[in-house]
Design a protein around this ligand. Structure first.
Ligand SMILES: Nc1ncnc2c1ncn2[C@@H]1O[C@H](COP(=O)(O)OP(=O)(O)OP(=O)(O)O)[C@@H](O)[C@H]1O
Ligand SMILES: [Mg+2]
Length: 593
């Protein structure tokens, strides 16, 4: 339950709502508990009138119309109706305050979680599943809302009602009250056990349902693979078996549910039986009136719902607490604060890797080992190497997604950590190896992260330089074409070029392309490289590639293998070495020939 304390900042912010809600709860209960005494008085009054021909004292001043037996009943009925309406009104306002508060809290909590997620480092995302992140911001927040809304409202309401009804009952007749209450604890325990079983079942069902959905989702996403391997039947069978488990659990839940209401009604019936029996005896003894029996029956029915829902409310609280604990687990992860203060507008000297070693968080594999090199400003720098040698890792270190585990990266004389990250990143136009495009228009994707009006002017030029103009003109909606699930899917090469256009549009100081031309043919690659050349002559260009042809005109080239630099220099030096680079060059030339 401790975890619920972390909600106090939200609840305190809305204490007015709770206070108002509590007042409405009190009022609605007052209006509810006045009804049984009214019924008692009217029953006893009618009996007095019929048996002895005497008017009950409360009817003395009523108009003559009400002074008959049916008139008395009508009068009581109208009073009951009036109070019931008042009670209903208060219940409406009780929802309008407390449930609305829970919606506000839900809204703020979701925003807070999303904001926090954005600040968490790459290491966090490497460790946790996306589905898990999503669940906490949607499912868990909803469960917490069931606590801040219904659970708080019902708890206040139930306690109020139980205290008021019991006091009235004890005030009227303590002995009979004790007897009448005997079945209620059994009722509460039964209901608690049943709802616990129901909750466990529902949780399992929820998990099965999400298995079922993810299975279906993954199948549809990879449908072309499924079909090309003729695996449809296997998938159908698997789906059927997951679906069957889901159905079986649901049927079990229906059974538990089926027992629930009869059990409640049986125990309530028992209480009513006791009331009538004990009350009847008391009437014979003269300690109780017939009206009292009716009054007690109403009390018992009034208690049924609060007692029956105790189990439900308890489980709401428990689930809310469990969910809040899960949310807190992520909220307590220290955000990757950007402590850097230095600002930089352009790269004037160099970027230097100084004995950099790197190991991805939560792993103990050194993917870069003592790597040192210097990228001079305004020059073309090439990185080539075997697959998995750490090229993309260097790119991620450059843009500050990760920090070096050992060693330092020096940008214009200062360690990279001292720069304000978002400011430093403005220098880079980064084309990552795994291009990610959003399900938005092509224009929004290319202008992603742009705030500048000049970017809009650069748009056409960037698209042309990335050799994407002819294709875009071919789309019926041009730049306004929506990509991804809701629209056109681009080919691998088109995606890469869209990403290049995205990087170019900002006219970056440093262009960093990680294998960005691997999916285009050599002719297009040459065309793009020529136009990149003309884009901004004084631009630093870091090109990571598998192809020698792609980096051979660079001023300086690194050849990476297993996280270390094994050859470096310009193209002519490297060929003269007759090492791996020269080998690769020969092979690739042969293939091209
Ligand atoms: N997020 C990650 N977490 C843990 N290990 C990773 C992660 N990304 C890459 N690695 C590992 O780091 C090593 C270097 O990966 P990297 O992506 O830098 O290679 P690369 O040279 O770019 O390869 P390629 O030419 O295939 O693109 C690989 O062994 C890879 O398994
Ligand atoms: Mg790579």
């Amino acid at each position: 339950m401790k975890s619920l304390f972390s909600l106090r900042k939200y609840i305190l912010r809305y204490k007015k709502y709770i206070l108002l809600g509590f007042i409405f709860i009190l009022l609605s209960n007052v209006f509810a508990v006045v009804i049984p005494p009214i019924v008692r008085e009217s029953v006893d009054g009618v009996k007095l009138l019929v048996d002895k021909g005497e008017l009950p004292s409360f009817a003395q001043d009523l108009p003559a119309f009400f002074q008959t037996s049916s008139g008395l009943a009508l009068f009581a009925g109208l009073l009951v109706l009036g109070f019931a309406l008042l009670k209903g009104l208060c219940m409406f306002f009780m929802r309008m305050t407390i449930i609305i508060m829970s919606r506000h809290i839900e809204y703020e909590q979701k925003n807070d979680i999303f904001k926090h997620y954005q600040k968490l480092g790459q290491g966090f995302y490497g460790k946790n599943y996306t589905g898990d992140l999503m669940n906490r911001i949607s499912d868990d927040v909803s469960k917490v809302r069931m606590f801040t809304g219904p659970a708080i409202m019902y708890s206040l309401n139930l306690s109020c009602m139980i205290i008021m009804v019991l006091s009235l009952m004890f005030y009227t007749n303590a002995e009979i009250t004790l007897y009448v209450l005997i079945p209620l604890p059994i009722l509460a325990i039964t209901i608690y056990l049943v709802s616990d079983a129901m909750n466990k079942k529902s949780d399992r069902i929820q998990r099965k349902l999400s298995n079922l959905t993810s299975y279906a989702q993954e199948t549809f996403a990879g449908i072309h693979v499924v079909k090309s391997y003729a695996a449809e039947d296997d998938y159908t069978l698997d789906f059927e078996s997951i679906n069957e488990e889901y159905k079986d659990d649901n049927i079990a839940l229906v059974k538990i549910n089926g027992v629930f209401m009869p059990a409640v009604m049986g125990l309530v019936g028992l209480s009513i039986l006791i009331t009538v029996y004990m009350g009847g005896n008391a009437v014979v003894d003269g300690a109780f009136s017939i009206g009292n029996i009716v009054e007690f029956i109403i009390y018992v029915t009034m208690l049924t719902w609060p007692v029956a829902s105790l189990g439900y409310v308890t489980s709401l609280v428990q689930r809310g607490a469990a969910s809040q604990k899960r949310i807190d687990e992520f909220m307590n992860v220290e955000p990757d604060e950007d402590k850097g203060k230095e600002l930089i507008a352009k790269l004037s000297k160099s970027i230097e890797f100084n004995n950099v070693s790197f190991c991805y968080p939560e792993t103990d594999v050194w993917v870069l080992k003592n790597v040192s090199f210097v990228i001079e400003a305004n020059e073309k720098f090439g990185i080539i190497g075997t697959t998995g040698s750490g090229k993309s890792t260097i790119a991620k270190l450059l843009v500050g997604v990760y920090r070096p585990t050992k060693g330092a990266i020096i940008v214009d004389g200062l360690p990279i950590e001292q720069y304000n990250r978002s400011n430093l990143n403005k220098l880079f136009g980064y084309v990552a190896q795994d291009v990610f495009l959003f399900s938005e228009t092509l224009r929004d994707n290319i202008l992603f992260g742009s705030t500048d009006a000049t970017d809009e002017k650069n748009l056409k030029r960037a698209i042309a330089s990335a050799s994407l103009d002819i294709e875009i003109n071919g789309f019926p909606k041009g730049l306004e074409t929506i990509l991804g699930e809701r629209g056109i899917t681009l080919s691998g090469g088109q995606k890469q070029r869209a990403a290049i256009a995205r990087a170019l549009v900002k006219d970056p100081e440093i262009l960093l392309i990680d294998d960005g031309l691997s999916a285009v043919d050599t002719k297009t690659e040459v065309a793009i490289k020529n136009s990149l050349h003309g884009w901004n002559k004084s631009q630093t260009f870091i090109n990571i590639s598998h192809r020698v042809s792609s980096v051979q005109d660079c001023k300086y080239i690194l050849f990476l293998d297993h996280g270390t630099i094994i050859e470096q220099g310009n193209h002519t030096d490297m060929i003269r070495l007759k090492g791996l680079y020269a080998d690769l060059f020969d092979k690739q030339m042969m293939v091209e020939d």
